[in-house]
Design a protein around this ligand. Structure first.
Ligand code: SAM
Length: 243
């Protein structure tokens, strides 16, 4: 990542810090930099020809989205985190690593699998699939799975039962099917269950109007993060609101 990318990353982490009441996120960046996670990813993908990786020499080479999700989990210390859309499990692994350091938390993930053999489950034009023979979340290191529950199926089918069975919900992250119908349906189910001070995150928040409508309906101004890449972007992509 170039200098502008680092500046952009710092800027958005600064914005996240203000949203979280001025909490200092720098220690979390330091510990993530020293964390075993990138090396574990490299070991896990070493025998996967369909999956390319590289050596990570700096925290700024990790996807900004995952870095700030890690910081958010460290700062909020959620007891229960629900995510939709897992695929390889890269984001799930960052959440679980933050929970390991927190010493608390449970991640419940829902994924309608996009197997290489059957093709993408998404109806939004996203074409990513798992490598042949792999299951959703295959990248999640074994030692992080103790806090993880993975449910396979469509989010709108599974979420009502899963949310009903929870005492509380501290973070909800949408990254499954980015159609208006799925996004609106997930937000309508998750927002009422979310605890005061809890966070709702939407990846691809600007694909349609579902996230903007939620923000308007619940009276929240979202923190919008750019499309994470190696160049400077002015296009918003991930959205975050606190309840
Ligand atoms: C963009 S990928 C998720 C990437 C992951 N969140 C990450 O950052 O590492 C989208 C995932 O959602 C799954 N998916 C598609 N439609 C779904 C649905 N209706 N319910 C749940 N998962 C779905 C896809 O199979 C795919 O695994």
């Amino acid at each position: 990542m170039n200098v502008t990318g680092i500046e952009q990353g710092s800027y958005f982490l600064g914005r996240l810090s203000s949203v979280l009441g001025g909490r200092d996120l720098l220690p979390y960046l330091g510990e993530l930099h020293a964390s075993p996670l990138p090396r574990r990813f490299e070991e896990i993908v070493a025998d996967e020809p369909a999956f390319e990786t590289k050596r990570f020499t700096s925290i700024w080479q990790l996807r900004l989205y995952r870095v700030w999700v890690y910081c958010l989990v460290r700062a909020l210390r959620p007891a229960v985190f629900v995510e939709t859309g897992v695929l390889h499990g890269m984001t799930s692994a960052f959440v679980l690593e933050a929970m390991r350091v927190n010493g608390r938390g449970r991640l419940i993930s829902i994924d309608l699998p996009s197997y290489a053999e059957t093709g993408p489950a998404n109806r939004d034009g996203y074409t990513g699939t798992l490598p042949p023979g792999r299951e959703p979340g295959w990248l999640v290191p074994e030692e992080l799975r103790g806090r993880w529950e993975l449910h396979l199926g469509a989010s709108l089918d599974l979420l009502p039962g899963i949310l009903d069975g929870l005492d509380r919900l501290d973070v909800f992250l949408h990254d499954s099917d980015h159609t208006y119908e799925t996004m609106r349906g997930e937000f309508e189910l998750a927002w009422p269950k979310l605890a005061e001070g809890g966070a709702l995150i939407a990846d691809d928040s600007t694909d349609n109007t579902a996230f903007a409508e939620l923000c308007e309906r619940v009276g929240r101004t979202p923190l919008l993060f750019p499309n994470p890449n190696e160049q400077l972007h002015d296009e918003a992509r991930c959205g975050l609101i606190l309840k």
